[in-house]
Design a protein around this ligand. Structure first.
Ligand SMILES: [Zn+2]
Length: 417
């Protein structure tokens, strides 16, 4: 029976939804969302419950040095695993689906394939990538980036949270919660990776589509901008003598907003932090710190406009000094070939409506794509809301996403060497 090319297993929509609601209780907020930072007790409880589920199924569980967790159903050969998963951490005012839905879809896929007794030649894995949202540790990085070697493990393990707890000791706490888990080498090879995720945008719902086949993750550049003036007395210092960092910084942000204005509405420009110092009522601000996050699917556009930030700030800040630091730069990452092809086949076989689309947000699959063929499945979410406690999706949409994951794993097992 194995590998005749047409074995499929149907997901259990009720079980999948029940697990979403169960996990949403871990770190639940009063307003119906989830606050579950990486490797806090609530997040470790997610890891622990899923590890126990895997063990009860006779699957193996491994944890790597950075706290990524791998739950593996063996294959008939010792080929590298075909994997699926996402993250379990959330933003402080996050929702019930971002991240965890991709983990639970992978878990459901392994479960129904196991229930159906399908023998795959590759092992199949459900993965929880650690610290995707990056809200607890500084400097922050994604577990997937550390796994593939894009981020240096030693520096990222030494990163601390607000209480001085290192990532290394947080990973140790995870290990102590699941003492029977095996160890996984960072960077151990995979045959392919598929991540399902709520779209976090409004397109699928607006167009009445079931599934998004993700074509690429758009590129991003991130900047920190420091405007330095002089603190002065608010009552005695005449305007002509002021070096007001707030006034100059506002001019800069206005000029940057014009620079990044895009009639086609594809460019994304965000000032997410804006801090005025010393922040006292009667003191002319001597310093402003603000961040700029820009994203665009076209690398040339991102390069050209991103390079204009420093000169525009320099020209606009009439009296203050300005320092522009680029803190992160990533070109857009395409998903091509085996995995998006398999996702499309899966959606078509099931009769789901779908379209190809880029991802506006960053995801773990971007980094995993550096070591193996990768791709993403998008599931519609209500009004495109995400990073919001009101984030919502329907049980039917979630089940269709998990079904595509389950079928994609089997199609890849048939097609991949
Ligand atoms: Zn996410």
């Amino acid at each position: 029976m194995a590998n005749d090319g047409h074995q499929r297993a149907d997901v259990d929509s009720d079980r999948l939804w029940r697990r979403h609601m169960e996990m949403a209780e871990l770190g639940a907020t009063q307003r119906g969302g989830v606050n579950r930072a990486a490797l806090t007790p609530a997040d470790i409880e997610v890891h622990s419950r899923l590890a126990t589920w895997a063990r009860d199924r006779g699957f193996t569980v491994e944890i790597d040095a950075y706290g990524n967790q791998f739950m593996r159903r063996p294959g008939s050969t010792d080929a590298p695993a075909i994997a699926s998963g996402s993250h379990s951490d959330t933003q402080p005012t996050g929702g019930r689906f971002d991240g965890i839905s991709g983990v639970l879809s992978a878990v459901e896929a392994l479960e129904v394939i196991d229930d159906a007794g399908i023998v795959t030649s590759h092992p199949l894995e459900a993965v929880i990538w650690n610290n995707e949202e990056g809200t607890r540790f500084s400097p922050t990085n994604l577990g997937s980036a550390v796994y593939v070697g894009t981020a240096p493990a030693d520096i990222m393990l030494a990163a601390t949270d607000r209480d001085g707890v290192t990532m290394q000791s947080a990973v140790q706490t995870l290990r102590e919660a699941i003492p029977w888990a095996g160890s996984r080498e960072l960077g151990a090879s995979m045959a392919a990776f598929v991540e399902s995720h709520i779209e976090q945008g409004p397109e699928l719902e607006a167009e009445g589509l079931d599934i998004g086949v993700v074509t690429a993750i758009q590129g991003t550049r991130k900047f920190e901008i420091e405007v330095i003036g002089d603190e002065a007395h608010a009552g005695t210092t005449p305007e002509r003598m002021r070096r007001d960092a707030f006034v100059d910084a506002v001019r800069m942000v206005t000029a940057l907003r014009e620079l990044f204005h895009d009639p086609d509405d594809i460019m994304r420009f965000t000032v997410g932090r804006f801090e005025v110092s010393p922040g006292a009522l009667a003191v002319v601000p001597g310093r402003v710190f603000f961040t700029v996050d820009i994203r665009h699917p076209d690398d040339a556009t991102l390069a050209r406009l991103g390079d204009r930030i420093e000169p525009v700030c320099g020209q606009t800040g009439s009296r203050c000094d300005v320092r522009v630091t680029e803190t992160r730069r990533a070109d857009s990452a395409p998903f091509e070939g085996a995995v998006p092809d398999a996702i499309e086949t899966a959606a078509r076989e099931r009769g789901y409506s779908y379209k190809h689309m880029p991802s506006g947000a960053g995801h773990d699959a971007r980094y995993v794509s550096e070591i193996c063929p990768s791709g993403m499945v998008f599931v519609p979410c209500e009004q495109g809301l995400s990073h919001n406690e009101r984030e919502n999706a329907t049980p039917e949409d979630i089940a269709r996403g998990a079904q595509v994951v389950a079928d994609t794993l089997l199609i890849l097992d048939e097609r991949q060497p």
